[in-house]
Structure formats: C-alpha cells, structure tokens
Design a protein around this ligand. Structure first.
Ligand code: SF4
Length: 288
C-alpha cells in the first residue's frame, strides 16, 4: 500500500511560510497515496509561477515547462502513455492568463488528465501584480487605484467550454481538497480542481480569513445536484465563483483518448512503431 511518504522527495519547497500551496501539495500526495498509486505511475506537469514549482516537490515523473503551457505538455504525455496518471498544475496567471486558450481547448477535448490550479488572485513570483482572477477594485502594484477590469471566473469558463468534472477547493480544508482531487483523478475525462490558495506575502485582501468568510461550501447543501449543468452555472454566477466542493460532473462523455482507434487499446510507448533504431537515434540526437 502506497503512503504519502512515497510521494515526498528531498527537495524543500521555497514557498513563503504560510503559502496555501503547501496544503495543495500535501493534498495531491495524500490523494495519490489513498489511491495506492506508485510514483512511477504518475506524472506532474507544471507551468511557471510560485505554484509551478510543485512538479519538483513531488516524487513522481515531473516536467516544469514554460509559462501557460502545462496543459499541452500534459496532454502530450497522456497521449504517449495513457497508463500514466497525469496531473497538470500551476497558478491563476499561468492557467487563466497566458494559458487560457489552452485551458478552454483542453476542457472541450476531454482528455483524461487532472488540472489543479492554485488560484491566489495575484502574480506572486513576480512580486504582486494583479492577475486575471483579481476582483474589480483590487489594489496591487499594477493597479494602485484599483483594478478596472472584471475578474475572470474559471468555473464559468470551464462550464461554458463543456467540462466533465469541475470542483473548487480551499487550502484550509484539506480533507475536502484530498477528496476532490481523488475524485478528479478517478474521473475518466478532463477534471479541474481550482483551489483558493492564499498568497500570504503579496495578497493582503484575499487572505485565509477572507476566504473563510466568503466561500460557499456545497458540501453543506444536501439537495444540490452536481449533474445538472444549468444549476451548476447558476450556482457559480450567483455565488460569484466562490462555491467550493463538487460543482459539476458528467460521467457520460467518453474521454478523447478512448476514441482513437489503435491508441485506445495500447499506448504509443508500448507500440512497435517499426522505426529503424539508427533513424530513431539520429532524430533523438537533434533534440539533445
Ligand atoms: Fe506563495 Fe505568495 Fe510566497 Fe509565492 S509569493 S510562495 S504565492 S506566499
């Protein structure tokens, strides 16, 4: 039986003390252990930002890519080896700013990968600029008089693009977060777990206390039906994107990779592609 320790390595995160990303990392490790995954069965692909460092902090296959491009890489990994559990991870700037186009297409494509976003409503790595999810009126270095743009609401975009598993968590509620991540990995299709993960250094507005006062926990709404897409959209609009818990799931759609003849039976990595070894070695050399 796998344990959390199996997914730890010797690299010490250099996140600020109190950063919400610590809880997200621990939740991913707990979810993987609870599912009895082994490190060699998992790949974590991340983009750029404080949270993007997470791929180096989890004992698994990992790839720390370029800004906003974790999802294309994660989809490529899944296509090459469908037997891997593939997680993509990053922040709100990475995923919903520069990476937004990739996000929407990954959602509609519905490949079986899990995307964990650490949403702190600010750019932390570059020391405190407003991000796509910063609220109207939000004051940051780039918006000293208050943000004049409206915030992008990731859950609305995800529903509009046709997501098949959508959840939102909060770094302070680790038990809920572990459950949501585990469900997302188990779901056969694209899953987003957007996590309110406070930046304690640069965001003095959306603090742990602010989230505690403002999130709306769907776990406490017994008659909420997460299979009703219209109700889910109404919920995220009504609660200004601050609902936590399982927002929506659709288990009827077939994942992208399960529709490709040949590929759905066997991964590319285990197929005999009939390549001349010398030609393959020469091609690899070009990328060395
Ligand atoms: Fe976390 Fe903010 Fe520090 Fe980055 S700057 S590690 S997001 S607390």
């Amino acid at each position: 039986m796998a344990t959390v320790k199996d997914f730890r390595n010797d690299v010490r995160p250099n996140w600020c003390p109190g950063c919400g990303d610590f809880s997200v990392q621990a939740s991913i490790q707990r979810a993987l252990a609870a599912m009895d995954k082994q490190p060699h069965e998992v790949a974590v692909i991340s983009g750029i930002g404080c949270s993007g460092r997470i791929s180096g902090y989890i004992n698994s296959y990992g790839f720390h890519g370029v800004h906003g491009r974790s999802l294309p890489t994660a989809q490529g990994v899944k296509l090459a080896n469908r037997n891997l559990t593939v997680l993509a991870a990053g922040g709100d700037g990475d995923g919903f700013g520069i990476g937004l186009n990739h996000f929407m297409h990954a959602v509609r494509r519905n490949m079986d990968i899990t995307y964990v976003v650490m949403d702190n409503q600010i750019y932390g790595l570059t020391k405190g600029q407003h991000s796509p999810t910063s609220a109207h009126g939000f004051k940051a270095k780039t918006t000293p008089a208050g943000n004049i743009e409206n915030a992008l609401v990731p859950t609305q975009i995800a529903l509009a693009a046709g997501i098949t598993y959508l959840a939102q968590g909060f770094s302070s509620d680790v038990n809920q977060l572990v459950r949501l991540i585990q469900q997302g990995i188990e779901h056969k299709g694209f899953s987003l777990i957007n996590v309110f993960s406070p930046c304690v250094t640069y965001n003095k507005i959306n603090t742990y206390d602010w989230y505690k006062e403002n999130v709306f926990n769907l776990d406490q709404v017994p008659d909420y039906d997460p299979t009703d897409r219209a109700a889910a959209m109404n919920m995220v609009i009504e609660k200004h994107g601050l609902a936590t818990g399982l927002i929506y799931r659709d288990d009827t759609r077939v994942a992208y990779e399960d529709q490709i003849p040949g590929f759905k039976e066997e991964s590319i990595v285990s197929q005999d592609l009939g390549l001349d070894p010398a030609v393959f070695a020469a091609a690899l050399k070009e990328y060395a």
